[in-house]
Design a protein around this ligand. Structure first.
Ligand code: HEM
Length: 526
């Protein structure tokens, strides 16, 4: 910008006031009043005190003081982009979901990638799970697939989520580490929770240090249901497959990149999309029925387990393309509110106890984070199809309902919307029975088999990376008993891996393996 000198007013000192001549509109207050001077507070006398009367100063400072909203309690650091989902194969026999009725149909989408444990300012290449949250603005409402880049999770029941996250984030007394898994609290908790062992193998793999968001897979993790127009249901797992394939960096590279460019993943996505190199993923479905679920050696409701693709191959039904960056990071990426409860007719939940808990948590946290019940009025969260309901008022209400009827049933001629059993979401009529109890099913008990299957499915080089990651992470753990307890899980996964890690940590011998728990909620002795 050219700078011009503002002429001094009579009586002003000799100081220079620089103002850019931007040729733009006149600066106003947020009430629209033109501003004459944006450099000085109103003072009593040239060198006197600032006056409370300066409404422009007060408005400006007040607004600045309130710029921050709470960061997400998890997945605080993230980066989002707009795009679209294209249906490649119509699947009306599986689901009545509107977006799957015709091949070629385009559904607008917004995706936010994230790390889990680090705070908003943490480096992009921490060893961590990546969030892969997709909002599909369908013609029958917003459908969110709030997934990760790993197909399993640490815990089986949402009641353990606060414990997991407390243990994974910075320790409460010292306030560090801010973005690493390598610390005592994390390994203390994890080593007491054998159900996390499958996920531990995945997080020690190269998946947790991806080269870029563009080279990552995404997973809905839980088993969901699809329901067709006849009311018939099938089980389904959702997979996003990157067109570019999967790539990771090496741990040494990750450490250097974090120091040199903590925004590495953000910059990569920004540069790719701005230069027209649009990342793309295929949507693959794993579809199976009750007979398969009953015969499967693990429980399909257990989020610490996968359904192997050898048993149920992926059926590719669509593609997701990201082709536009946000106009404003805060308005879109920060304020986007993903919620597992956002489903549409033709899609349904299952009784996975982690999913059921998530369905409560996300709505609750959005109300807190976005300041009240009207966060669907924020453009990024608003549906892009017609919507009509009787919810009203509350903090920051932006949409005022018109007319007199704000309740239902009513007898007014313009009485407003009515529920429609033919169009609306109908839950799968699953039969329920059993005692009301706090119990975890026996079918959730096997914590090591799939951890072993994952480890042995890796190439020798990938196995070395897992061993190296375990050695690096556990070498940072200061309490020897926690380290031992963690390593004592490994012989149940792979004896060679256990030996390598014990050697790498300078242990005299591999600690005696834990006896696999008989009941799934037994924890390890501390
Ligand atoms: C945020 C995934 C388990 C509570 C997120 C986000 C993702 C995600 C991707 C970030 C969304 C965004 O980009 O804005 C998952 C997956 C889980 C899981 C895949 C397991 C399969 C849980 C559980 C709970 C939970 C069990 C609680 C019971 C939250 C909360 C947020 C969050 C409170 C912050 C949301 C916000 O403030 O916008 N999760 N999560 N998550 N998750 Fe989860």
């Amino acid at each position: 910008h050219d700078v011009v000198e503002r002429p001094l007013s009579p009586g002003e000192g000799g100081e220079t006031h620089q103002q850019p001549d931007a040729g733009g509109p006149t600066l106003t207050t947020s009430q629209g009043a033109p501003v004459a001077d944006n450099q000085n507070t109103l003072r009593g006398g040239t060198r006197g005190p600032a006056l409370l009367e300066d409404f422009h100063f007060r408005e400006k400072i007040f607004h600045f003081d309130h710029e921050r909203i709470p960061e997400r309690v998890v997945h605080a650091r993230g980066y989002g982009a707009h795009g679209y989902f294209e249906t490649l194969e119509a699947i009306p026999e599986l689901t009545s979901a509107n977006l799957f009725q015709e091949a070629g149909q385009i559904t607008p989408a917004f995706v936010r990638f994230s790390t889990v444990a680090g705070n908003k300012g943490s480096p992009d290449l921490a060893r961590d799970v990546r969030g892969f949250a997709v909002k599909l603005y369908t013609q029958e409402g917003n459908w969110d697939i709030v997934g990760n880049n790993i197909p399993v999770f640490f815990i089986q029941d949402a009641i353990k989520f606060p414990d997991l996250i407390h243990a994974a984030k910075d320790e409460p007394d010292r306030g560090f580490p801010q973005a690493q898994t390598a610390h005592d609290n994390f390994w203390d908790f994890i080593s007491l929770m054998p159900e996390s062992m499958h996920m531990v193998m995945w997080i020690m793999s190269d998946r947790t240090i991806p080269r870029s968001f563009r080279f990552m897979e995404g997973f809905g993790v839980h088993t969901f249901r699809m329901i067709n127009a006849k009311g018939e249901g099938t089980f389904v797992k959702f997979h996003w497959r990157p067109k570019l394939g999967m790539q990771s960096v090496l741990w040494d590279e990750a450490l250097k990149i974090n120091g040199a460019d903590p925004d590495f993943h953000r910059r990569d996505l920004w540069d790719a999309i701005q230069s027209g190199d649009f990342p793309e993923w295929e949507l693959g479905l794993q579809i199976f029925d009750d007979a398969f679920a009953d015969a499967f050696p693990f429980d399909v409701l257990d989020p610490t387990k996968i359904i192997p693709e050898e048993d149920v191959p992926l059926r590719i039904v669509g593609r997701l393309v990201l082709d536009r960056m946000v106009d404003n990071f805060f308005a879109e990426t920060e304020q986007v509110a993903f919620m597992t409860q956002n489903i549409v007719p033709g899609i349904d939940f299952t009784n996975d106890p982690l999913l059921q808990g998530r369905n409560f948590s996300y709505l609750d946290t959005q109300i807190k984070r976005l300041g009240g019940p009207n966060f669907t009025h924020i453009p990024i969260n608003a549906p892009r199809c017609p919507f009509h309901h009787f919810q009203q008022d509350g903090h920051m209400a932006m949409q005022a309902p018109k007319g007199r009827a704000n309740y239902e049933p009513n007898s007014w001629a313009q009485g407003g919307p009515r529920a429609d059993p033919k169009r609306g979401h109908v839950s799968f009529p699953e039969e329920l029975s059993g005692e009301k109890r706090k119990v975890r099913p026996e079918s959730f008990a096997d914590h090591y088999s799939q951890a072993r299957q994952f480890y042995i499915s890796q190439t020798p080089l990938e196995q070395t990376h897992i061993a190296d990651a375990l050695i690096f992470e556990l070498s940072k753990v200061q309490a020897p008993e926690i380290r031992e307890r963690a390593v004592a899980h490994l012989p149940n996964i792979d004896t060679g891996l256990a030996q390598k890690v014990a050697d790498g940590l300078g242990m005299k011998a591999v600690p005696k393996a834990h006896t696999p728990a008989k009941a799934p909620i037994e924890t390890m002795p501390s």
